[in-house]
Design a protein. Structure first.
Length: 646
């Protein structure tokens, strides 16, 4: 290093905040201006093209090539007005990042010049080299063809001078090579499985949506300090170091005033996100020093996941402008908290009903309990697989470290819902279900308004917690693509709902009324889960690991062992039944997870060895030489070596 650490720290303190580029308008005026959203569709598409495109988006109807040409023409007009010169198919390969190849819009005009051209074929499909991305053996150099195909349900957006088209990525033989394809399959699976159950209560519902609200944690490091650490630059975390004398032990960083340089970075990030239609809502300091979080308003899961990938890219680019580097590694520093990405997951209908929120009447409560119990049953049945879906070499450093959920998938319900389930086991089937609403609490000060307390507390040690109208999957890592966990969760819930509906049909065929039949099916499920997957206690306690193992939950902590769950008979049966993965796709993804894990560990070991040889050993030898020089000088001066022994 050409500069010592003290000079770098001094340089950091001397840096001034870079003001954010604030538009002269409120966010509501520029929100989504760089996305081809429904407002742009109405402006740039003719009525026939618009109607067919919306049928494709909302009803899943196929899009013919003539309509695709019409959509492309409208997109091109809008893009050129925004000074776009290139187009790319934007996709999510199994690298936990995004990929894109930029093509210019120019084509020969036949007269020696060029024109801007963009048609339906360029919009709908492109052909990247599938063998150059992680594929688990599905593709090879001598059979490299792969395809990207437009996903109309996620709006096209503009990044700099490039029109970005969200796409799926598949092989020549049809296997999924990305995160988006199985996520979309799982969304269809959970909708198809949930809709017949919903229709028992709401016959007008036509579709069920899965919703996602992600909470992105991250560290910001000054780029001067970052560039002085080869381990941070190459692996994303420090491999050598010493705990700071003051880190997070005073609990004074969480929700503290945001430093000015960081605040300007956050403003720039929010503005860029809002222009891209990303509804960033929250920003704050996290627990560890230099750790922060942002979160959006929740949205439809496929779109919300795309937006998370867009934000992760924006964070990296905008941080550099402010002299920072973003660290998304789950555990960049020993001795302080790591970073996660809580996935708030829920289900809702196209008629506006929230399936994981208590209802306003007995009928609504029965529908809520039906879905609530089936989600818990799915988590219990596939708790090992859900853990495998979030397992990685980086996330392994965070889970179970008394800062994040333990490596045991259990569900926190809270006292209200735990009492409801116990009561349902005792009540006669068909009895109307009552669930208490929020309670008021007075703090004893006249000037402070009454506080309304939620039905559930907040158990930070639970990896899968019910929080009033959704489940919060807290074990997902900060660097991960959310769709890995969501695809698994959606598929597991879909399978459970299929089984529930089949059992319900048998009971109703006996002549039982709907409510009685539903409770007769739910009661055995409740009895099987209430004392197994449901746990409201301290997940950090060693006694819980022992108890969880006794209950039959998966307590494995080794990532390679966790990954094996993808190819267990129950996992294969569930994924193939719901159509989320084929056997070949499961085998390939299992291979990719193994390969990624081993390569990351290998890279870290190589970096550690080279740092020890090239940085630490020379410094130690230099220090030892200085001590010897001092000892020799002392001997020459005093004639003895007392106090100079090493």
């Amino acid at each position: 290093m050409s500069m010592n650490r003290f000079d770098l720290v001094k340089e950091c303190f001397e840096k001034k905040a870079v003001p954010a580029e604030r538009p002269d308008a409120l966010p509501s005026h520029y929100f989504g201006e760089l996305t081809f959203d429904r407002a742009k569709m109405k402006q740039y598409l003719d009525n026939a093209t618009l109607r067919k495109l919306l049928d494709c988006i909302d009803k899943g109807k196929p899009l013919d090539r003539k309509t695709a040409d019409g959509v492309a023409a409208g997109m091109k007009e809008w893009a050129l007005e925004n000074h776009v010169t290139h187009v790319t198919h934007w996709f999510q390969p199994l690298t936990e990042g995004t990929a894109e190849k930029h093509d210019s819009l120019i084509e020969y005009d036949g007269n020696g010049g060029v024109i801007e051209s963009f048609d339906g074929s360029a919009l709908v499909q492109q052909e990247p080299d599938a063998s150059s991305f992680p594929n688990g053996g599905i593709r090879a150099t001598f059979e490299a063809r792969g395809y990207t195909a437009w996903d109309p349900t996620s709006p096209v957006f503009i990044q700099d001078d490039t029109l970005c088209i969200p796409t799926v990525f598949i092989s020549y033989t049809g296997e999924a090579l990305d995160y988006k394809t199985p996520l979309k399959r799982s969304l269809k699976a959970v909708s198809d499985a949930a809709l017949p159950v919903v229709n028992l209560f709401d016959p007008s519902a036509k579709k069920v949506f899965a919703y996602l609200g992600w909470e992105q944690e991250y560290f910001l490091i000054d780029e001067s300090l970052y560039s002085a650490r080869p381990d941070l630059m190459i692996t994303g975390r420090t491999l050598f170091g010493h705990n700071s004398s003051k880190n997070q032990q005073l609990d004074d960083h969480y929700f503290a005033a945001i430093p000015l340089r960081v605040a300007e970075f956050m403003r720039d990030l929010e503005i860029a996100g809002h222009k891209l239609g990303i509804p960033i809502k929250t920003r704050h300091n996290e627990v560890a020093p230099n750790q922060f979080e942002l979160a959006p308003i929740y949205g439809e899961a496929n779109l919300a996941n795309d937006q998370n990938q867009m934000v992760m890219t924006l964070m990296d680019r905008i941080a550099r402008k402010h002299g920072f580097v973003v660290l998304l590694h789950e555990k960049p520093f020993e001795g302080v908290n790591g970073s996660g990405k809580h996935n708030n997951w829920s289900l809702g209908t196209d008629t506006g009903k929230q399936l994981l929120a208590p209802g306003k009447d007995a009928d609504g409560n029965l529908m809520f309990v039906t879905f609530f119990v089936n989600v818990l049953a799915a988590v219990q049945r596939h708790n090992g697989l859900l853990k495998a879906s979030i397992a990685s070499a980086t996330n392994a450093h965070r889970l179970g470290g008394n800062e994040a959920p333990p490596a045991i998938i259990s569900a926190f319900l809270g006292k209200t819902m735990t009492d409801v389930l116990h009561k349902l086991l005792e009540l006669p089937s068909g009895t109307p279900i009552e669930i208490a609403g929020k309670k008021g609490r007075n703090v004893g000060l006249v000037e402070i308004p009454e506080i309304f307390v939620d039905n559930t507390d907040r158990n930070r040690t639970s990896p899968f917690a019910f929080t009033g109208n959704r489940f919060e999957f807290r074990a997902v890592g900060s660097s991960a693509n959310c769709s890995g966990a969501l695809s698994t969760l959606n598929a597991a819930v879909a399978e459970q709902l299929l089984d529930f509906k089949a059992d319900l049909d048998k009971e109703m065929a006996k002549g039982k009324k709907r409510n009685v039949a539903i409770m007769d099916v739910l009661k055995p499920i409740i009895a099987s889960i209430i004392d197994v997957v449901c746990f409201d206690g301290n997940g950090y306690d060693e006694a819980w690991r022992i108890e969880a193992e006794r209950r039959g939950l998966n307590v494995e902590t080794s990532v390679p062992e966790m990954i094996k769950e993808f190819l267990s008979p129950t996992s294969v049966a569930m994924f193939t039944r719901t159509g989320v993965y084929s056997i070949g796709e499961l085998q390939s993804r299992n291979e990719v997870k193994w390969e990624t894990y081993s390569k990351k560990v290998q890279i870290e070991s190589r970096v550690m060895a080279r740092m020890a040889i090239n940085h630490i050993a020379p410094a130690a030898l230099e220090y030892k030489t200085r001590l010897l020089q001092i000892a020799n000088l002392t001997k020459e001066t005093t004639g003895n070596m007392d106090g100079c022994r090493m």
